[in-house]
Ligand binder design. Structure first.
Ligand code: GLU
Length: 333
């Protein structure tokens, strides 16, 4: 019997329509999940497919409200014995954030695959249909299990922890620069290279209690981008707006100018959680390299880029947690 896969659609370019097939301008979130499924030949040969519309927005408009609904719906569906896997269609702009959020909050060993497109549904050489075909094939493949939330785009299989968007328009936009690909998929035939080694999905401490009602109100965490002669009072603005934590998208190895280090250390002493990440696309941020993290009370993001570090910190702050425990979470997830 064919596996049962549910496609949860959220919008993005894969559901976008342009005014003409060779025009850059388009509107995301115009095609619904039923039309999307119908546009892919032979999808029904891979699996029994059903579709649900969770949202229909460009992924720049994905909110935590949508993310929580999505995670809880996935957990509900994967609890059913007759459902084998999930495909989430999503815009590419924030796909890495949603993938990482689901990697921490999905409470099942069954496969969850995200996919999208760089070209609208009616563009010349639209990439959405083949991406969706490959995503369903991976979601239906027993060998894909236990690898955390995966992203299938342009014949590549990425892990949620490692992927990042690197190009504004190219179909080869996603890379996994620190840890490499999980595998590849070609017209539905997949090859796997590795299991992601960071904790995820049903092994994550965030997933088991996440979808109990009422849904948790996530604390505010801001990202502050470092640059030459960075104004240190950006940190004050975030705190004044209610941020419980701040992720610094630091220069190089998570650096910021001395005035900002001083101000951030002051805020850390007042109980604000400061995480040093990096605006550089690859590499890790290490403790006590150029900044004395021990003295300043900072946490380092290790391998997580600022957007993913923000998500981990928001989830970590759902319950009272000390700075050292949060540092360990950054090494574990
Ligand atoms: N802004 C759109 C989105 O993220 C475009 C990116 C895409 O889907 O490829 O939904």
């Amino acid at each position: 019997m064919k596996p049962s896969i549910v496609i949860l659609a959220t919008g993005g370019t894969i559901a976008g329509i342009s005014q003409a097939p060779a025009q850059a301008g388009y509107r995301p979130g115009k095609v619904d999940v039923r039309q999307m499924i119908q546009s892919v030949p032979d999808l029904d040969k891979l699996a029994r497919i059903t579709g649900e519309q969770i949202a229909n927005v460009g992924s720049q408009d994905i909110s935590f409200d949508i993310l929580i609904r999505l995670a809880c719906r996935i957990n509900q569906l994967l609890n059913q014995n007759d459902i084998h896997g999930i495909v989430v269609t999503h815009g590419t702009d924030t796909m890495e954030e949603t993938a990482f959020f689901l990697n921490l909050t999905v409470n099942s060993p069954k496969t969850v695959v995200m996919t999208g497109a760089m070209r609208p549904a009616n563009a010349i050489s639209a990439d959405g249909p083949l991406n969706l075909f490959n995503a369903v094939a991976v979601a239906a493949d027993p060998d894909a299990r236990e690898r955390g939330v995966l992203v299938v785009m342009n014949d590549r299989i990425h892990g949620a922890h490692s992927l990042t968007k690197t190009n504004t328009t190219s179909v080869e936009t996603f890379l996994s620069p620190v840890n490499g690909l999980v595998g590849t998929v070609n017209y539905g035939k997949s090859v796997y290279f590795r299991y992601p080694f960071r904790r995820h999905t049903h092994l994550s401490e965030f997933s088991s209690r996440f979808c109990q009602f009422p849904y948790p109100a996530l604390p505010r965490v801001d990202i502050v981008y470092a640059c030459i002669d960075m104004p240190p009072d950006l940190i004050d603005c975030s705190v004044a707006c209610g941020a419980a934590g701040i992720v610094i998208a630091g220069d190089g190895n998570g650096n910021m100018n001395q005035a900002t280090v001083k101000n951030a250390a002051k805020k850390a002493a007042q109980g604000i959680f400061i995480v040093r990440s990096s605006r550089v696309p690859t590499g890790t941020v290490g403790r006590n390299v150029e900044v004395d993290d021990d003295a300043c009370g900072f946490i380092v993001s290790d391998e997580l880029n600022p957007a993913k570090a923000r998500i981990l910190l928001m989830l970590a702050l759902l319950k009272p947690t000390g700075r050292q425990q949060i540092q360990q979470l950054f090494y574990a997830y």
